[in-house]
Design a protein. Structure first.
Ligand code: GLP
Length: 256
């Protein structure tokens, strides 16, 4: 590896110069996106700085979202996340949404199985506390970049068995003849805590979108209750707004 230098600017702390040198190298493509950084010892030798200074510089770059720590795997150059425009009027699944955009959806399962419902799930899904609920919590990724954490709950009676669910919950519901046809969604802004930030590879305290969806079958029964946390830097939710029909007709007549 060619020599890498931290040029110290006047009155700039050394760790900031080291950070600037690393940023320049990342921008130049020396460390490709999603590449793991060389080890501390190698980098501190290349930059001729102590490991303590290097650690401070790296911590600042993690804070700024340029680098990301992955537990047990090392420090990586953060990939730029795909940007998705999501219409709020379409009842589609994550897998379908990503496919439509030419991205590959994948998931990391956090929790999955048959459980007794929590009081919240029982209320939202209109089910008895003694019934079984299928719970599926996943980190959802697009082209391997974390996009959202989704915690879905579905009354087991609609699925038959937990094994019915493969990579797509909606595909499984469709196969069981229980694909939702309508949903009510509530969105609000939140800041992410440490655990969610680590999964989503964003900084703790960063803004995110908290989305609750209750989905219904054609006969009005509730089939899904999902709480999701979406990264706010990857999603724009787009809503179409229209006037009530009578007003719309009047407006259409007025322009004739
Ligand atoms: C979207 C919705 C979730 C739903 C999920 C199903 O992301 N926000 O409420 O559970 O799609 O996705 P898939 O069929 O890919 O598992």
């Amino acid at each position: 590896m060619a020599e890498l230098r931290a040029v110290r600017a006047e009155r700039q702390p050394l760790f900031a110069s080291v950070g600037a040198a690393l940023r320049r190298e990342i921008a130049s493509g020396r460390f490709a996106e999603s590449d793991v950084l060389p080890g501390e010892r190698e980098l501190s030798q290349l930059l001729s700085v102590s490991r303590t200074t290097l650690r401070r510089a790296i911590a600042a770059l993690v804070e700024d979202g340029v680098l990301v720590h992955r537990h047990g795997a090392g420090t990586f150059v953060r990939r730029s996340p795909p940007h998705v425009e999501q219409p709020l009027s379409r009842l589609t699944s994550f897998t379908e949404d990503m496919r439509l955009r030419g991205l590959t959806a994948s998931s990391r399962v956090i929790e999955r199985g048959a459980f007794l419902p929590t009081p919240d799930e029982s209320m939202m899904l209109d089910m008895a506390l003694s019934e079984t609920v299928f719970r599926l919590s996943r980190l959802r990724l697009a082209d391997s970049v974390p996009m959202a954490i989704e915690r879905a709950a579905v009354p087991m009676r609609f699925l038959g068995a937990p094994e019915a669910v493969g990579s797509s919950l909606y595909a499984a519901l469709e196969a069981c003849g229980c694909r939702p046809v309508r949903a009510v969604q509530r969105l609000r802004a939140v800041v992410v805590g440490a655990a969610e930030a680590a999964l989503l590879e964003i900084t703790e305290g960063a803004p995110a979108l908290d989305i609750h969806r209750v989905a219904y079958l054609a006969d009005g029964r509730r089939v899904e209750f999902t709480r999701s946390t979406y990264r706010s830097d990857t999603y724009d939710f787009v809503a179409e707004l229209t006037l009530p029909t009578a007003q719309r007709m009047r407006a259409a007549e007025a322009i004739r």
